[in-house]
Ligand binder design. Structure first.
Ligand SMILES: *[C@@H]1O[C@H](CO)[C@@H](O)[C@H](O)[C@H]1NC(C)=O
Ligand SMILES: *[C@@H]1O[C@H](CO)[C@@H](O)[C@H](O)[C@H]1NC(C)=O
Length: 319
């Protein structure tokens, strides 16, 4: 029963439990912990892996799932980009334009978490290089290659380390980083980690959840503490994030701008397609709209572009 969909969260079960953290977070409608770290990989919005079976659903892939792996490129944007490591941020992988764009281009910053909270950022190279090629700097949890221990998972602190690094000015060598334009994002467990990292951290201004939302009904009250726009890019009704993102979407704070778009891929999304496929295209358009006020990109998201690409779109509260 361990299919591709489940793999994103369950492949690391035994080790995750052997290093269980102190049980400090007790969900209750009045418990708003000071920080989002919680007790498991993925933080307070995540679950103990032993409970995944209750929530994961039947799985499978949809018509829009990529057939095989696409080519690796430097991205389709104006600033050809690369994946690299940087000794000033150990245990992470950077995605950035190969050459720092001219100083008059402000580069938004993104902290990224991988599916299953693995330490294998290279698995998302196609998507993250694509985004970087539009003039973004991304620090992802983990390494370019899969080697090393597959029993380790990233934690909220790893994503926070990416933010601390950027806010300490250490990303400057990649260009003129704009620290008012900071997004946390991730796939599956990494998406939950993105939301947990954004929780009570005012440096984070946008959250993008790929193929995931809160699993547990008794944890959704925590969404009251999310004060920035949230975008869900979900894989349709075969995705474990489908029903859960519908529940989260309606519970986000009144008036908060929000987007929920579904493409029939299943939980694996389009990360392995060239340039991250349709999720790459959607993510770039969303970011270019949010951070550069690009009207073409906004129209792609809100006015029919996504739908033409076979996405089903819900959105609210955008001005
Ligand atoms: C907006 O995005 C489109 C599509 O990516 C691009 O062709 C255009 O140059 C962008 N406009 C501005 C003002 O950056
Ligand atoms: C939308 O889905 C249909 C049916 O699978 C497919 O034939 C078509 O190429 C898709 N459209 C786009 C823009 O990918």
């Amino acid at each position: 029963m361990v299919n591709r969909m489940l793999f994103h969260l369950v492949s690391l079960v035994p080790a995750a439990f052997s290093i269980a953290l102190p049980q400090t977070f007790k969900p209750s409608p009045s418990n708003f912990p000071a920080k989002g770290d919680g007790d498991y990989a993925g933080g307070i919005f995540s679950i103990p892996l032993s409970e995944l079976g209750k929530y994961a659903g039947a799985g499978g892939t949809g018509a829009e799932a990529p057939k095989g792996n696409g080519a690796k490129t430097s991205g389709s944007g104006p600033y050809p980009a690369i994946m690299l490591t940087d000794p000033t941020l150990p245990g992470h992988t950077i995605f950035a334009p190969k050459t720092p764009p001219a100083d008059n281009l402000n580069l938004p910053f993104i902290a990224w978490g991988n599916g299953a909270c693995t330490l294998y950022a290279g698995n998302y190279e196609r998507l993250l290089v694509e985004i970087a090629s539009y003039g973004y700097v991304i620090a992802a949890d983990g390494n370019p290659t899969e080697g090393g221990s597959t029993s380790q998972q990233s934690k909220v602190q790893d994503m926070r380390d990416s933010l601390d690094w950027a806010f300490a000015g250490k990303a400057k060598k990649y260009g003129n980083i704009d620290l008012t334009k900071v997004t946390t994002a991730g796939h599956s467990c990494g998406g939950l980690e993105a939301m947990s990292t954004a929780y009570h951290d005012e440096r984070v201004r946008r959250i993008i959840m790929f193929n995931i939302a809160i699993f547990q009904d008794d944890r959704r009250y925590l969404l009251q503490e999310i004060k920035v726009p949230v975008a869900y890019l979900i894989g349709g009704n075969k995705d474990m994030g489908y029903a859960t993102s519908a529940k989260d979407y309606v519970l986000l704070n009144a008036g908060l701008p929000k987007l929920r778009a579904n493409l029939d891929t299943g939980h694996g999304g389009t990360f392995q397609a060239t340039n991250g496929g349709k999720q790459g295209k959607a993510a770039v358009a969303y970011l270019e709209w949010q951070w550069r006020d690009n009207a073409t990109a906004k129209a792609y998201i809100l006015n029919g572009g996504l739908a033409k690409d076979n996405w089903t779109v819900d959105h609210a509260n955008w001005s």
